[in-house]
Design a protein around this ligand. Structure first.
Ligand SMILES: [Zn+2]
Length: 67
């Protein structure tokens, strides 16, 4: 099972991430851990994590091949 949601501060490889709560996209070029969302507010952010959009190694850019 592929991990698609990672909490703040997780160790990750470079890639693109989207806030699980507000959808803010974040492109991680060199850091090895994820920061909190810049839009973070306790009232709007309950998941406190990022969804993996693409990343080195375990990303599936196009999981559904066109027919
Ligand atoms: Zn957010």
């Amino acid at each position: 099972m592929q991990k698609k949601h990672v909490p703040y501060g997780s160790d990750v490889s470079a890639g693109s991430y989207a806030c699980a709560d507000c959808g803010h996209t974040y492109s991680n070029q060199s850091k090895t851990s994820l920061p909190p969302c810049p839009n973070y507010e306790p009232s709007t952010h309950s998941l406190n994590g990022w969804n993996i959009l693409s990343g080195r190694g375990d990303a599936v850019r196009d999981p559904y091949p066109t027919k």
